[in-house]
Design a protein around this ligand. Structure first.
Ligand code: SF4
Length: 64
């Protein structure tokens, strides 16, 4: 099972991950990243990989 890892010290709240994988990532009203599916299913994996690679702060990882 793959698992999303967020380095919250690095996250700058840009929202890139949310735009690429909105089923998995969401910035709340305070700009804090919420991860709705810490263990994304097969249908989410491509979008999550995109988000990991596109995060400008290199704050995301996917442990597979
Ligand atoms: S793309 Fe990276 S920096 Fe931006 S909200 Fe997501 S985890 Fe944080």
């Amino acid at each position: 099972m793959s698992r999303v890892q967020v380095d919250r010290d690095r996250c700058v709240g840009s929202g890139v991950c949310e735009s690429l994988a909105p089923e998995v990532f969401e910035l709340d009203d305070d700009g804090v990243l919420q991860v709705h599916r810490e263990e994304p299913g097969p249908d989410d994996l491509d979008a999550v990989r995109d988000a990991v690679q596109s995060c400008p702060a290199r704050a995301l990882a996917l442990a597979e």
